[in-house]
Design a protein around this ligand. Structure first.
Ligand code: XMP
Length: 319
């Protein structure tokens, strides 16, 4: 019977046979899939692999540092950390349309990645953490209505531009299997069990214009929300949970003063593949606790609401 230990051995042999003594470059997103792919490939071919992490400054609290530490210090995997926050935030200035934001981020990401690949002298192969649902999704959509709900951005946009052969060792796996493989490879449980995070990052959780100041406000609220979820032992029961910073100001009262600050919305859903989702049914006490902490601790937010929309008709992300 089939075990992850055997899958690991088989894939390592396959990667070695495919790559030979050539060079491979892998874009890390900070997420589980690209990380597991990179660790597996590194085990197969060692320093023939270089990872590139394009840090767009739209990550959650401390997330970028965690990725860099994990790869450089824990696994000793060659990693280029491109700090491109100013480039991304500069280009996002003035953009408010969700698709315009997504397209700018996707294109800029590829530009930066390509430039870094050139700097290290290029590579023969591009590695990606493509999963089985990604493979079927792109096929099954061709028969359906030709409506783009959202232009998805991840490292998946790269192959068309870069004209490189692909190494995709996770193509047969589902998300839960990738998590099993990650554990088999010794990735920390807390990393492997993380909720999915979209390629465009916090930019699509800040409807309206994205600024450094609003990213910082959202990071604080989101960190409090996730800390409370972990403390309540709910993290693993939820597919995805996050805060959204709305471009709406409302009046409040704090102490004996009037406030006029932004609204924060909280989202949490259960799902098996992200294609459909149900609202996570928190008890009222939990939501009250989170709302109180966010309003008290995060300057710039004076009201918190909970999103009760399932998917469909809502999508998981707000943009
Ligand atoms: P929606 O919002 O369409 O999201 O219901 C479904 C799942 O996909 C994630 N998502 C993305 N992932 N690049 C990604 O890699 C993207 O551009 C992107 N947009 C949404 C979302 O977080 C959810 O898990």
């Amino acid at each position: 019977d089939w075990t992850m230990a055997e899958f690991r051995k088989t894939k390592i042999a396959e990667i070695r046979a495919q790559v030979g003594d050539k060079k491979v470059i892998c874009g890390l997103s900070g997420g589980v899939d690209s990380a597991v792919a990179a660790v597996l490939i590194h085990e197969a071919i060692g320093d023939q692999l270089t990872c590139v992490f394009v840090d767009h400054g739209l990550m959650r609290m401390n997330e970028a540092e965690q990725v860099v530490t994990l790869f450089r210090d824990h696994y000793n995997i060659p990693l280029v950390h491109v700090e491109a926050e100013e480039l991304f935030l500069g280009g996002l200035a003035g953009l408010t349309d969700p698709e315009a934001k997504r397209k700018f981020i996707g294109k800029t990401f590829i530009d930066v990645f390509e430039a870094e690949a050139k700097k290290i002298g290029g590579a023969d192969f591009l590695a990606q953490g493509t999963l089985y649902p990604d493979v079927i999704e792109s096929v099954s959509f061709t028969g359906g209505p030709s409506v783009t709900i959202k232009s998805h951005h991840n490292v998946g946009g790269l192959p068309e531009r870069m004209n490189m052969a692909l190494v995709e060792p996770l193509r047969e796996l589902f998300k839960d299997e990738v998590r099993d493989l990650g554990r088999e490879l010794g990735l920390p449980d807390a990393f492997v069990g993380r909720h999915p995070f979209p390629g465009p990052g916090l930019a699509i959780r800040i409807p309206g214009e994205v600024t450094k100041e609003r990213c910082d406000i959202l990071r604080k609220a989101d960190a409090i929300y996730l800390e409370e979820i972990r403390n309540a032992g709910l993290y693993d029961a939820i597919w995805q949970a996050f805060a959204v910073l709305l471009p709406v100001k409302t009046v409040g009262v704090m102490g004996d003063g009037r406030t006029y600050d932004s609204v924060c919305a909280l989202r949490a859903v259960t799902s098996t593949d992200g294609m459909t989702a149900d609202v996570f049914p928190y008890d009222a006490g939990f939501l009250t606790r989170v709302a109180t902490r966010i309003v008290n601790e995060v300057k710039g937010i004076n009201r918190v609401v909970y999103d009760y929309t399932s998917k469909p008709p809502g999508t998981i992300e707000w943009e």
